[in-house]
Write a new protein. Sequence first.
Length: 86
Amino acid sequence: MPLPIEQYAIIGDCHTAALVGGDGSIDWLCFPRFDSGACFAALLGGPEHGRWLVAPAAETTRVTRRYRPGTLILETTFDSAEGSVR
């Protein structure tokens, strides 16, 4: 089941964009352009519809995200009992 829409951030390059969930999953991406078919579409169904997950294997205790000031770079920090990764 996809996350609520307010838990997604967007990254793009003016030709296409990806919706990135708070869990580190890219759940929507049309590539290489907006009018291309979706190569990741979990937003419309579930993980079986395609997604790319970038997250630590350990159980996370906290996730924070922000756009780096003055950029369109989405910075995500995952905290777990073993440490943190950004």
